[in-house]
Design a protein. Structure first.
Length: 263
């Protein structure tokens, strides 16, 4: 008797089976994605943690070196002085794209300096906040001006009233080798916080440094920042309706994070 040919099973999916699989994938994605998003780092929180660590570093440098250490920040539209050398002008131009995001540590005296002698030193290269964050531009207002940050409850309430930075023209800029311009106006004004050899804020006041989420877009010509910029908050208004800020207690100089996210 002639054997019957073996029938090959149908290995293809039916349209109904494909639709069922796609529906299951869609349901799982709807469940999993919000969970994944919850574990995604908040850029402002990451930046605030970096700034917290660097504020602690400035304090520790002041204590270990037994001197006052300035943590200076790059304001917007700082001038490039005409009497600077070409090299100094180029140094200043190289940090034009660090406005609102850049800072470094500077000491004006070293342990062992004689009275009237100053050993000015940059204690680190310019550092920048992580991409997607910047220091709230209102913080660069004069010290006698303030702005308010609100809670995002219903109704919103006042969370903090933030004064502007103190500013000094005594810190050499754009480098420690820059000669002072004049006795009364040696260098451009730079916003700062400063710690003394005991680790205290020299201002005698508590300090708050708020972090905003978004980006600072710098205008460039030939790859070189020009000093012009545009601020893009993401989400809009997060500077004042939420907060990720570094709070510094002046008597101890110790800093902590204060945080409330946008809801």
């Amino acid at each position: 008797m002639k054997p019957q040919p073996r029938v090959q099973p149908n290995l293809a999916f039916t349209l109904l089976e494909l639709l069922v699989v796609l529906a299951i994938i869609g349901i799982l994605a709807g469940i999993v994605l919000p969970t994944i998003h919850a574990f995604k780092p908040n850029p402002a929180a990451v930046a605030a943690q970096q700034l917290l660590d660097d504020v602690a570093r400035a304090r520790q440098l002041a204590i270990s070196q037994r001197t006052t250490v300035f943590m200076v920040f790059l304001p917007t539209n700082f001038p490039i002085w005409t009497n600077w050398t070409v090299e100094e002008k180029n140094k200043a131009k190289r940090v034009l794209d660090k406005q609102l995001i850049g800072y470094t540590f500077v000491s004006l005296r070293a342990l062992g300096d004689q009275p009237g002698q100053q050993t000015k030193r940059y204690l680190s290269p310019w550092r920048t906040l992580p991409e997607g964050t910047f220091i709230a531009p209102q913080k660069f207002l004069p010290r006698n001006q303030t702005f308010s940050i609100y809670t995002n409850g219903t109704p919103p309430g006042l969370a903090y009233r933030i004064p502007g930075f103190y500013a000094t023209n005594g810190v050499p800029f754009p480098s420690e080798e820059t000669a002072p311009g004049s006795l009364n106006n040696p260098y451009p004004d730079l916003p700062y916080i400063a710690f003394n050899y005991l680790g205290q804020l020299v201002s005698g006041e508590n300090e708050y440094i708020p972090i905003s989420q978004g980006s600072v877009v710098y205008t460039r010509v030939g790859g070189q920042a020009t000093g012009e910029y545009q601020i893009l908050e993401t989400p809009a208004g997060n500077t004042t309706n939420t907060y990720n800020l570094v709070s510094i207690d002046w008597p101890t100089g110790r800093a902590r994070l204060e945080r409330q996210e946008v809801r």
